[in-house]
Design a protein around this ligand. Structure first.
Ligand code: TYD
Length: 392
């Protein structure tokens, strides 16, 4: 049974950056639910993938040094530990992971044609299609089976999880390994990062919920790692239950114990979270209103999908945050979805025109603070809402 716990208001498509501000941009209710049986947290309104992930999808994995490093490290680990003949990536984006492998060794799946084109042009076999059973069957017919399937920050975007895992089970070899990584629900609740929820993120996984879903497909998690990426993620290493050669690592039971201790299996934990979110909104607005009343100029740093949730939930317009700076070419000179706030090309010199920067890309805080060291020394201050609204 799905129980409602948080209403984040009306939200536009998080990655739908418009060239002209349109007050009437379509918005959808963003309501969060907890399933008392599967323990899965999800949003209610499912928008068809074709509307969200199209040939103009602006998110690029390679835009951050942090992510590039993380993928490079993982590719070395994959080769060392699993030495797969053939790797398949579901949601290969602009190739941040697959470009670390030989072209003959990897297959990309990326439904956003603009992104798939980037890896295709580099000579990587890329299917510009949605991951489903038809595609899985097609790949199986051509390659027989795949030794390693990887998917980062993608499965949480796909509504029909049963179809996802059925399709994976179809092509993964008997001894094959599936690695998935997605934001951690535990970290989200601990850090009060309610902006991890937007209409693309249909689910936010706990290990408890992942384990429950996998049971239906005779898969099990045999190892996991907590990562810093995306504000706290978990990388799950999954195998078929029938593969007894790989032992289940203690990390799995340890993580489940931590999650149970925090109460991720109980509805009341989510009710408490929803109260904290309401408080966070009030505090953030208080800080921003106070700074504005003193004549400060505020810029947004990193026009993330997460910022779209914050700006729309807290109703922050360009009278409070004048503009956002971002490095992604696809977002520049467009408007932050749902708001009249224009995104400009990141310019370090223009940053000095502002007194405060709202840390939209808080998940890259370290990378950003390193980059802005000299401007921070000259007085630039950041506003963040993680784990609670404050100036840093
Ligand atoms: P990210 O947090 O990965 O994504 P999401 O949209 O899923 O919430 O996006 C980071 C955004 O921040 C991306 O648009 C690039 C931008 N960015 C900068 O503009 N400057 C930076 O130094 C960094 C690290 C990111």
């Amino acid at each position: 049974m799905n129980k409602f716990f948080l209403d984040l208001g009306n939200q536009p498509l998080a990655n739908n950056y418009l060239s002209h501000y349109n007050k009437k941009q379509i918005k959808y209710k963003l309501k969060l639910y907890f399933n008392t049986k599967t323990k899965l947290v999800s949003i209610s309104k499912r928008i068809p993938s074709k509307i969200m992930f199209n040939d103009k999808y602006p998110y690029r994995s390679s835009m951050s040094i942090t992510m590039k490093k993380s993928f490079k490290k993982l590719s070395t680990e994959i080769t060392k530990k699993f030495n797969p003949n053939l790797i398949l990536e579901i949601g290969s984006n602009d190739g941040a992971l697959i470009s670390n492998f030989k072209k003959s060794q990897v297959i990309g799946v990326e439904p956003c044609k603009n992104l798939a084109m980037i890896t295709k042009k580099k000579g990587y076999l890329t299917y510009d299609k949605y991951w489903d059973i038809n595609l899985a069957k097609k790949i199986k017919k051509r390659f027989n089976s795949i030794d390693l399937i990887y998917s980062a920050n993608t499965l949480t975007h796909i509504s029909n999880l049963n179809d996802v895992f059925r399709s994976i089970s179809n092509v993964l070899s008997e001894k094959g390994v599936l690695i998935i990584e997605d934001p951690s629900l535990l970290e989200c609740l601990k850090r009060n990062t309610y902006d991890q929820f937007y209409n693309e993120h249909i689910y936010l996984f706990s290990t408890i919920a992942v384990q429950n879903i996998l049971k239906n497909f005779n898969f099990e998690i045999f190892n996991l790692k907590n990562l810093d990426t995306h504000g706290g993620s978990i990388r799950y290493y999954i195998k078929r239950k029938s593969n007894s050669k790989i032992k289940v690592n203690k990390s799995v039971i340890n993580q489940i114990s931590r999650e149970k201790k925090y109460g991720l299996n109980k509805f009341k934990t989510y009710k408490k979270f929803s109260l904290r979110v309401g408080k966070s909104k009030k505090q953030l607005l208080k800080i921003i209103d106070n700074l504005k009343s003193k004549g400060n100029k505020i810029v947004g740093y990193g026009a993330t999908a997460k910022s779209v949730t914050i700006m729309n939930y807290c109703n922050i317009n360009s009278n409070l945050i004048e503009t956002f700076f971002d490095t992604t070419p696809e977002k520049i000179n467009k408007f932050l979805p749902g708001k009249n706030i224009k995104i400009l090309k990141y310019n370090k010199n223009k940053l000095t025109n502002f007194d405060y920067a709202f840390l939209g890309a808080w998940n890259f805080k370290k990378e950003i603070f390193d980059k802005e060291k000299s401007r921070i020394k000259k007085g630039l201050k950041f506003i963040t809402h993680v784990p609670y609204p404050r100036i840093i």
